[in-house]
Design a protein around this ligand. Structure first.
Ligand code: NAP
Length: 301
């Protein structure tokens, strides 16, 4: 059903493209901008207007959504004299959904305050498929006054929204969840490599945990990718490394050392050095396998 909400979406990568399509499906007018324009162009077929600049996308828009790699990318796209914030419609709201960490979110909130634009810190849980299906979980935090108005957009991109308080609360929870994810992928990669080194078929490991409290669907999904050595990207290793580094930075601020996260960052670095940065984060398995100088046992397939 058409409605008269105009939304500027900056960033049409893995996550942003799916989100933009779901906003269009909800009947909103979507203006999409992407640094590499060709990646935004397919959205025109779904009814989006593709803009040449963030400012062009934002002119007169009720909402600005950013879904870019990191805080620096968001600053590049949104900051500056000719940025998009001053040209939003009166009372326009910025929904910042990229993962930018706690300090990053604080910086972006200041940027918004400088332009008198309401800022909602709203990182999301979920990956490519939930983004395409409108099934993300939104960790929203920001001014109470814009909550009701923002909700229809979150309903379009997600299946659940948690409102967590003042801006920054969403990013804090997001980092906690991401630490969990990053730890899981690191230990799963080593467990798979360890199984192989021990002459154990990793499929047996997945079979034995399946259905019980240890058998996370996530382990099945990513474990299969490792066993098949196929890593189609839902979440790039490069951005997972960025998130792990955000966790470490936030922990350091609290005087806390996160030895497990540090070890996984080192693994991510090894995998990136070996050229796997744009593959799915499960490709960290390559780094786990290379340790010890052994030849992995042949596998039963
Ligand atoms: N994928 C996931 O599973 C997932 C889940 C939850 C949260 N996230 C977070 O969501 C955000 C986007 O992730 P994604 O997976 O969609 O990444 P992606 O596919 O790599 O897209 C990244 C986007 O950022 C843009 N970009 C990078 N540097 C830029 C700069 N300096 N200036 C302007 N634009 C820049 C890219 O433009 P180009 O196309 O020109 O390179 C692209 O539009 C990240 O913060 C990520 O951590 C991802």
């Amino acid at each position: 059903m058409p409605n008269d909400t105009i939304v500027a979406v900056l960033g049409t990568g893995i996550m942003g493209a799916g989100m933009a399509r779901n906003l269009l499906s909800a009947g909103m007018e979507v203006r999409a901008w992407n640094r590499t324009r060709e990646k935004a162009e397919p959205l025109a077929e779904d009814g989006a207007k593709v803009a040449d600049t963030p400012r062009e996308a934002a002119k007169g828009a009720d909402f600005l959504i950013t879904m870019l790699s990191d805080a620096e990318a968001v600053e590049d796209a949104v900051g500056g004299e000719d940025g998009p914030l001053p040209v939003l419609a009166e009372g326009g709201v910025w929904l910042q959904t990229s993962t930018v960490g706690v300090e990053g979110s604080d910086r972006l909130e200041e940027l918004a305050a400088g332009r008198s634009v309401a800022y909602v810190d709203a990182p999301v849980l979920g990956t490519r498929q939930p983004a395409e299906q409108g099934a993300l979980v939104v960790l929203a935090s920001g001014p109470e006054e814009v909550r009701e108005r923002s909700q229809p957009l979150f309903d379009a991109i997600g299946s659940k929204t948690l409102w967590l308080g003042p801006a920054g609360a969403g990013s804090r929870l997001k980092l906690v969840v991401n630490n969990w994810i990053v730890g899981l992928i690191g230990v799963l990669a080593e467990t798979t490599a360890f199984a192989e080194a021990s002459g154990v078929d990793p499929a047996k490991f997945l079979e034995v945990i399946e259905g019980g409290p240890l058998g996370l669907p996530y382990a099945q999904l990513k474990g299969r990718m490792m066993m098949d050595e196929e890593f189609p990207t839902s979440f790039s290793l490069r951005l997972a490394r960025k998130d792990a580094a955000l966790v470490l930075a936030a922990a350091e601020k609290k005087g806390m050392r996160m030895a497990v996260a540090e070890a996984v960052v080192a693994r991510f670095d090894e995998a990136m050095d070996a050229g796997h940065g744009e593959e799915d984060m499960a490709a960290v398995y390559h780094a786990a396998r290379q340790d010890g100088g052994y030849e992995p046992a042949p596998r039963a397939r």
